[in-house]
Design a protein around this ligand. Structure first.
Ligand code: CA
Length: 118
């Protein structure tokens, strides 16, 4: 039983570490796993994606559900099926004059999309 708790704790801190590494503050060097330069948040897993601030805000505001995010956003974007997508914080980039909808959304694209030539 104690082992299970330890594993959960390790997983949680790994997610936090990954999220920290993906914040714009650390941007510059890491383009992520095959993400285009504009995708400042980088490549994220579903766990990271659903916990991003704007998605959390959208969930809290009832703009969509976790199922919506998974079935309408994450899954259809993950073309190569590796469980990672690239995220761009549009509202952050266009500033406060942004179309309000971006308050609760990110622009997303598959990582390493050019590898889909199989
Ligand atoms: Ca992918």
């Amino acid at each position: 039983m104690k082992r299970f708790t330890a594993i959960v704790a390790i997983s949680f801190s790994a997610v936090l570490a990954a999220l920290g590494a993906a914040t714009p503050a650390g941007a510059g060097g890491q383009a992520g796993l095959g993400c285009s330069p504009g995708f400042d948040v980088g490549a994220v897993t579903w766990e990271q994606y659903v916990n991003l601030p704007r998605n959390e805000a959208g969930l809290a505001a009832g703009k969509y559900t976790e199922d919506d995010l998974k079935s309408e956003k994450f899954d259809p974007t993950d073309f190569n099926g590796d469980g990672m997508i690239c995220v761009k914080d549009v509202a952050l980039q266009v500033g406060s004059g942004a179309t309000p909808v971006w308050q609760y959304f990110y622009d997303i694209a598959d990582d390493n999309a050019s590898a889909s030539d199989g």
